[in-house]
Design a protein around this ligand. Structure first.
Ligand code: PMP
Length: 357
């Protein structure tokens, strides 16, 4: 008797990482440091908890399924029409809805690898065929090779910019060339979960490409906006693509708490900018310190750094955990480390030094 799909067995699990409480208990420490999920370490933005608390006094009712107020606020902030916006339970769910709304079984979904671990899971469970193009020697997308891998079955290309987990980013000239070469019947999804941490002026804002109807921009409020626990992401696309996504989205999946929290967060843009600047300064400090231990750490445009440790990745992760710091190893490849507070980063750097000594 087989109760589940056989093809799921071959898929890796989305790994949430270890619980800091469990690790602290195991090590007998007051607390462990979690630098594994690319969250910002400063707590919810001012006003968010109050807005959510207020909103959930009405939680015996369904939320606004049209997400009208939030879509309008996003439209104003990003200078686009609200009919181009769809929201969902995190941008990972939206990516899934987008594939569901646009890809048929057998359609090819192309992405660089290594990239966001949810992509292969989304492709496989949606019936699309994953086509992976290896990252270039600098751990970033090889857009020329990706363009060459497009076939007449390619339905969607995912460009993760900056790329999770390597932190690299594609620049405007390369992306322009890529978009010119792929043709308008291929959807190009620019996943900008980490856009707010980009400091290189050559890295383009995906929203500037919306005059191309095949471009879809995915954003999240989980990272810079500090709402990971409320689960809220959005996409901006051609109106008919956004409408198709809103049609297939799980009904009411943008909860009342998520809508209220997001509206309150959007009113705190200045504070978000201040926090991002702190993260960026720490990112650059941590990168420089790590390069003394691992010479080929790529420059990051996100709120994490990548250590290309190859076969040493898992042992390095264990050594950091033994010192109370949870990082994210990818077996045989590298380790992703989220930027935390200066104290957390110092604890990580001490652990890294000990691990690599
Ligand atoms: N895209 C990328 C590249 C990510 O790294 C993540 C989170 N790890 C997401 C999307 C999804 O974030 P969320 O579902 O929290 O919006």
């Amino acid at each position: 008797l087989r109760l589940t799909r056989a093809d799921l067995d071959a898929l890796p699990n989305y790994v949430p990482g270890r619980s800091p409480a469990d690790l602290a208990r195991e090590l007998g420490l007051p607390e462990a440091i979690k630098l594994a999920s690319n969250e910002v370490p400063y707590g919810p933005l001012p006003g968010v908890v109050e807005a959510v608390t207020e909103a959930v006094t009405g939680s015996h009712r369904y939320p606004d399924m049209g997400v009208v107020a939030l879509r309008q606020a996003l439209a104003e902030r990003y200078g686009v029409d609200a009919d181009r916006i769809a929201t969902g339970c995190g941008s990972v769910a939206l990516a899934e809805h987008l594939v569901r709304a646009t890809c048929l079984p057998g359609d090819e979904l192309l992405y660089s690898w290594r990239s966001f671990e949810a992509y292969p899971i989304i492709a496989a469970t949606s019936g699309a065929t994953s086509v992976r193009v290896p990252n270039d020697a600098g751990h970033g997308h090889d857009l020329a090779a990706m363009a060459a891998a497009v076939t007449d079955r390619t339905r969607m290309v995912l460009v993760c910019n900056p790329n999770n987990p390597t932190g690299t980013a594609v620049r405007k000239a390369e992306l322009d060339r890529f978009l010119d070469s792929v043709g308008e019947d291929v959807l190009v999804v620019i996943d900008e979960a980490y856009r707010e941490f980009v400091t290189d002026p050559e890295v383009p804002d995906g929203l500037t490409y919306l005059d191309r109807p095949n471009v879809v921009v995915l954003r999240t409020l989980s990272k810079a906006w500090g709402l990971a626990g409320l689960r809220i992401g959005f996409l901006v696309a051609a109106p008919e693509v956004a409408a198709a996504v809103r049609k297939v989205v799980t009904p009411f999946s943008t909860s009342m708490a998520a809508q209220a929290g997001a509206l309150a967060a959007l009113a705190q843009a200045d504070e978000v900018e201040r926090r991002c600047a702190l993260v960026v300064a720490e990112r650059d400090r941590v990168t420089e310190a790590l390069r003394k231990l691992v010479p080929d750490v790529p420059s990051s445009q996100a709120n994490f750094v990548w250590l290309p440790l190859g076969d040493r990745a898992v042992d390095f992760g264990k050594a950091c955990e033994a010192r109370g710091v949870i990082v994210r190893p990818f077996a045989g490849d590298g380790v992703r480390v989220t930027i935390g507070t200066p104290t957390e980063n110092d604890a990580f750097l001490a652990a890294a030094e000990a691990a690599l000594a």
